[in-house]
Design a protein around this ligand. Structure first.
Ligand code: ZN
Length: 138
């Protein structure tokens, strides 16, 4: 078994900013000219997520609206009693959405649906720079 570690940085605006990182993941994988592998895409941080969605304008509104019902920004959270950083909602959203996704590389191509993109969502209440780790196992 061989493991290749890649990473790239993403500048976000925070506040549930959804960013399509599919191209960056493809670049990290395809430069190695592999045929078959497990590709794990992971972001470090407790207020940020990696997931899949169709990156189109409607869903870019629907997803934040759905998460706002689950963890509204203006609610009081016990987390603020600990750190007073005002981002309890961001931690809850990140926990539910998750911080990684796995994409198989088969016959030289990442297996993604026609309308399926890999996205990073930054839930924090300020702009951040995030590091996305791409671990390729074959
Ligand atoms: Zn916090």
């Amino acid at each position: 078994m061989t493991i290749i570690n890649e990473k790239f940085s993403v500048h976000t605006k925070g506040n549930t900013h959804v960013i399509d990182v599919t191209r960056q993941v493809q670049n990290a994988v395809y430069r190695h000219n592999l045929q078959n592998a497990v590709v794990h895409v992971y972001v470090a941080g407790s207020t940020v997520s990696i997931t899949n969605i169709e990156y189109e304008p409607g869903l870019l509104k629907d997803l934040p609206e759905a998460l706002d019902k689950f963890a509204p920004v203006d609610k009081e959270y016990h987390h603020d009693e600990t750190w007073h950083d005002g981002n309890g909602y961001a931690h809850l959203r990140a926990s539910i959405v998750g911080n990684s996704t796995m994409v198989p590389l088969m016959d030289g191509a990442l297996v993604l649906g026609q309308w399926q993109q890999i996205v990073l969502i930054d839930f924090d209440n300020k702009a951040r720079t995030r590091t996305v780790y791409v671990q390729i196992v074959y």
